[in-house]
Ligand binder design. Structure first.
Ligand SMILES: *[C@@H]1O[C@H](CO)[C@@H](O)[C@H](O)[C@H]1NC(C)=O
Ligand SMILES: *[C@@H]1O[C@H](CO)[C@@H](O)[C@H](O)[C@H]1NC(C)=O
Length: 243
C-alpha cells in the first residue's frame, strides 16, 4: 500500500495582474497573466507550467520531484502528491510545477498572486507557493508556506539573513483556503507585499530592490527539510480533491 500526502490547489489558480498607476492619466487595464482555466486539463497545465523546479528535481528536502506526482485528477484542480518510498537518497516522490513565464514588478506597477489551497500541515510536509529570483537568490517571497507545525508562514527575504517572517495559525487545514499576495512598487526600488489569508490582510512586508527583478513562480510539495523530520510514513492521509 502506498502512503501519500497531497497538496491540492484549485480554482483561482494564480492570477497576476498589472496594476494601474494611480498617477497615470491613461488607466492601464489589469491583465490576467495565468487564467483560472490553467488547471482544467493536463494540456492547460503544461501550457502555463513546467514540471519540477526551474533548476531540477530536488530542493533542500527529502523529496525528488516527478511529473507523475503533479496531476489534474479533477478539472480545475492541481494535486501534488507526496509518496513515501523509503529510498535511501530521497525518501519521497513528490510533485512541483513552476510557471513558464517570469514575473517582474515594473516601476509604478504591481502583481497579484492568488490561489486556493488544501495544504497538509503534518510534521515533515512542506508545501509552498513562492517566488524566487530568476537571476539570483534571494529575492524570495513566500506567498504561502506550511512548515509542518500547523501554521502558515509569510516571508520576504532581502538577503539570506535579512528575512521578515510571520507564522500564523492555519485553521481547518483539510478545507480550502485562499491566499493572495499583492506586490506593489513602493518607491521605485523596494516592493511592498500585502499578504492575505481568506480575504483578511495578515501582514505587510517590504522586499529590498525587487522592482525590475524577474521572478519565478513555484508551487511545490517538498518533504522534511524546513518542516522537520522524520516526515510521515505511517498511515494513509489523503484529501478528497473537491466537494
Ligand atoms: C525606498 O524606501 C526604503 C525604505 O522605506 C529606503 O531604504 C530606500 O532607500 C528607498 N529607495 C528609494 C529608491 O527611494
Ligand atoms: C528589507 O528591506 C526593506 C526595504 O529596505 C525594509 O523595509 C525591510 O525592513 C527589510 N527587511 C529586513 C528583514 O531587513
Amino acid at each position: 500500500m502506498k502512503h501519500s500526502w497531497s497538496l491540492v490547489l484549485a480554482t483561482l489558480p494564480c492570477l497576476a495582474l498589472a496594476l494601474p498607476s494611480p498617477e497615470s492619466q491613461i488607466i492601464k487595464r489589469d491583465s490576467t497573466l495565468i487564467p483560472k482555466s490553467c488547471f482544467d486539463s493536463t494540456s492547460s497545465l503544461t501550457e502555463y507550467f513546467n514540471y519540477n523546479y526551474p533548476w531540477g528535481d530536488t530542493h533542500n528536502g527529502a523529496a525528488i520531484m516527478s511529473s507523475s506526482n503533479a496531476v489534474i485528477n479533477t478539472a480545475g484542480t492541481l494535486t501534488l502528491e507526496a509518496v513515501y518510498t523509503g529510498a535511501s537518497d530521497y525518501a519521497y516522490d513528490s510533485g512541483t510545477v513552476y510557471a513558464k513565464q517570469h514575473f517582474t514588478v515594473a516601476e509604478s506597477g504591481g502583481l497579484d498572486f492568488t490561489a486556493d489551497f488544501i495544504a497538509p500541515v503534518a510534521k515533515g510536509t512542506w508545501p509552498a507557493f513562492w517566488l524566487n529570483g530568476v537571476n539570483s537568490w534571494p529575492p524570495e517571497v513566500d506567498i504561502a508556506e506550511w512548515k509542518g507545525t500547523g501554521d502558515i508562514s509569510f516571508n520576504t527575504f532581502n538577503t539570506s539573513s535579512a528575512v521578515e517572517a510571520l507564522n500564523v495559525n492555519y485553521p481547518n487545514p483539510t478545507e480550502f483556503h485562499t491566499v493572495l499576495a499583492e506586490l506593489r512598487d513602493e518607491n521605485g526600488s523596494d516592493v511592498k507585499v500585502n499578504f492575505y489569508l481568506d480575504g483578511t490582510l495578515i501582514t505587510t512586508q517590504y522586499a529590498k530592490g525587487l522592482v525590475g527583478q524577474p521572478l519565478e513562480l513555484i508551487i511545490d510539495l517538498q518533504m522534511e527539510g524546513s518542516s522537520g523530520s522524520p516526515g510521515p510514513t505511517g498511515s494513509m492521509f489523503a484529501f478528497s480533491p473537491l466537494v
